[in-house]
Design a protein around this ligand. Structure first.
Ligand SMILES: [Zn+2]
Length: 218
């Protein structure tokens, strides 16, 4: 699990989803949480740097300081126990929307919508505070897995660290496409008929599209 966290950290850094020492990754394992340390570039993580904490934030293993956004991660696990991994990053296009106080049109890019659903924008709160954790809580409690954080960045929650990472990568791809489309005159809205058909059925086998999140290759 520690190796997986380091590998995902490297991907996040290599894909510029974070800069310098920004961003954090955690995985829940029974009553413990493995979490990245504070102040280390996600491209430079090694397994021995990963810390183990309890659900109240008490240090249970490792040396150094846990991520400064630990409260955000722990709030996800205590309010939505179905999630086993959390990633927080500052992907440039998605964060640009969040800094502008905006989110993107959910159905402008249906294949992304099938995986991410509607992307909420959590109200602004100061980094690393309880208020920041509270700002995302209603969304994760409602099962949202990809959330923009106003004037800050994004958080994704998944069934595994890889799942949470793919959500972050897709979120950024969708934000970039939406941004580029805006500069080409704006995204074409689906017609009501197209929306209805898309929301109701998967083209291949008549299953609601939302059931295909983990297997989609649209
Ligand atoms: Zn941040």
């Amino acid at each position: 699990m520690r190796i997986a966290i380091c590998e995902i950290g490297r991907r996040m850094y290599d894909k510029s989803l974070v800069a310098a020492t920004d961003g954090n990754i955690s995985v829940r394992t029974d009553g413990n949480v493995l979490i990245t340390p504070s102040g280390v570039c996600k491209g430079d993580l090694t397994p021995d740097m990963i810390l183990k904490v309890g659900l109240n934030g008490e240090l249970r293993g490792g040396n150094g300081l846990p991520s400064s956004e630990m409260k955000l991660h722990l709030r996800v696990y205590t309010s939505a126990p179905q999630f086993k991994a959390v990633i927080h990053a500052h992907p440039p296009y998605a964060t640009a929307f969040a800094v502008a106080g905006a989110t993107f049109s959910p159905l402008s890019y249906p294949t992304s919508y099938a995986v991410l659903g509607e992307i909420p924008l959590a109200r602004y709160a100061v980094a690393s505070t309880d208020e920041l954790a509270s700002s995302i809580e209603p969304f994760v409690t409602a099962g949202k897995q990809a959330i923009l954080m106003e004037n800050h960045g994004a958080v994704t929650c998944g069934e595994s660290v890889r799942d949470a990472y793919y959500l972050m990568e897709r979120l950024e791809a969708h934000a970039k496409i939406d941004y580029l489309a805006k500069h080409l005159g704006g995204a074409r809205e689906l017609t009501e008929e197209e929306k209805k058909r898309f929301l109701k059925l998967d083209a291949h086998n008549d299953t609601p599209v939302s059931h295909h999140r983990l297997t989609a290759d649209y």
